[in-house]
Write a protein that binds this ligand. Structure first.
Ligand SMILES: Cc1cc2nc3c(=O)[nH]c(=O)nc-3n(C[C@H](O)[C@H](O)[C@H](O)COP(=O)(O)OP(=O)(O)OC[C@H]3O[C@@H](n4cnc5c(N)ncnc54)[C@H](O)[C@@H]3O)c2cc1C
Length: 371
């Protein structure tokens, strides 16, 4: 059993950290205030090859493992950035790599690796089904040579920043399947080609998350863009969801470390009642506790990602990691918010901007309400 990060992972951390520090607090504060997509940051990440980390070398990527990708996203958030603006490309990759056809991989992976094509969105959640993905209603009707899809998605993040997206739809009605996990299929959809068949509506959220409702009206998708076999989409989805949970866990760990560092520095320098506030156990202990929770959660993330990279089942571990990392991150966010007193909510101190991230992370699956 080896708990140490490999020398490659340490090099990744150093190189990503160096890039992320070029996009400091002022950059992210400005994006947040304007609700702008961080184009310059995403372009720099793409150019450096980090967003192609999981793409095999034969398709122009670097062929790294999921734990390596976790280190990349963790480091972005640890430096005060927000990796959620570009993480979907990494987790949708799991479905495409494991279940996509060779022709699909040849057609899209090299273009994603160079940044010519953005696959940054994933359409799963629907208004009526909510957390119960098996009850989605968006339906792909089989026609000669392909499918015609109708329905509605909600919370499709970065739809407007993507050229292509991964869409989950029913191909057999829920009532007609033998096993409730059958009858769903995954499709790679070209957003520009779809034209008026895809109508997004922005959802205004408390943080800058670029998320949308998407209305799907007679969207035509050719057979060649179905991922894997018809009816097996839910199983394929799980590989992407496990990757997503571990990548989001990593953003949480990175955020948590950022909060602990900021809180520690502020508590050391802020003097009231003639001593640094950090000299009071009531201030210091919550920060120390958050540090311990984060360290434990990071170990669970590492175990789950290692299993994923070994091709072993990791559903339980990935879900536990997502729960523990988002809770630990939230604990650290609250400790930092309290340490900063009134200044915690002043945007120029950046705590409120970052505080919104774990607040959101604990609301996506596996959610903290599932206790
Ligand atoms: C910022 C943001 C970005 C997102 N991006 C995407 C995206 O890109 N693509 C996508 O497909 N989805 C996305 N989602 C959706 C997200 O992954 C969740 O699946 C979705 O929010 C859950 O559905 P719901 O909000 O309808 O909650 P509901 O299912 O209505 O649940 C409401 C509450 O009840 C709880 N609950 C429900 N059932 C149970 C139960 N059996 N036991 C205990 N508690 C339960 C839930 O945990 C939640 O707290 C995003 C969500 C957010 C907030």
């Amino acid at each position: 059993m080896d708990f140490a990060y490999s020398s490659t992972q340490q090099e990744i951390r150093a190189a990503v950290g160096e890039l992320a520090r070029r996009f400091g607090d002022a950059y992210w504060r400005d994006c947040d205030a304007r609700e702008a997509y961080p184009d310059a940051f995403v372009a720099a990440m793409t150019e450096a090859g980090w967003l192609a980390a999981l793409i095999p070398e034969q398709y122009g990527g670097s062929g790294l493992g999921l734990l390596d990708a976790c280190v990349i996203l963790e480091e972005i958030n640890r430096q005060g950035g927000n990796a959620a603006t570009c993480h979907a490309q990494m987790y949708t990759m799991a479905s495409v790599l494991q279940h996509g056809s060779e022709a699909q991989k040849q057609a899209i992976l090299p273009r994603i690796a160079t940044g010519d094509l953005r696959l940054q969105a994933f359409g799963v959640t629907e208004p009526d089904a909510g957390s119960n993905t098996l009850r989605i209603k968006t339906f792909a009707k089989k026609v000669n040579g392909g499918y015609v899809i109708n329905g509605q998605k909600i919370w499709t993040s970065r739809f407007r920043q993507s050229d292509m997206y991964l869409l989950l739809a029913r191909t057999t009605p829920y009532e007609d399947v033998a096993r409730k996990t059958d009858g769903l299929s995954l499709f790679l959809v070209d957003i520009a080609k779809a034209g008026r068949a895809l109508q997004p509506r922005t959802i205004d959220t408390m943080l800058n998350h670029h998320t949308n409702e998407v209305f799907i009206d007679n969207l035509e998708v050719a057979d060649e863009w179905r991922v894997g076999e018809e009816g097996q989409g839910f199983r394929y989805l799980l590989s992407s969801l496990n990757a997503e949970r571990l990548l989001v866990s990593s953003e949480c760990v990175g955020d948590g470390k950022w909060f602990v560092e900021r809180a520690r520095t502020y508590a050391t320098g802020r003097v009231v009642f003639d001593k640094p506030i950090g000299a009071n156990q009531g201030v210091a202990f919550p920060v120390a506790r958050a540090h311990m929770s984060l360290s434990a959660a990071e170990l669970m993330r590492n175990q789950a990602a290692t299993l994923f990279d070994q091709g072993q089942p990791c559903g339980g571990e990935a879900n536990m990691a997502k729960y523990l990392c988002s809770e630990a991150s939230w604990e650290a966010a609250e400790a930092a918010m309290t340490t900063y007193g009134g200044y915690g909510v002043a945007t120029e101190y950046d705590i409120e901007r970052k505080w919104k991230e774990p607040c959101t992370a604990s609301r996506t699956a596996v959610a903290s309400s599932w206790r």
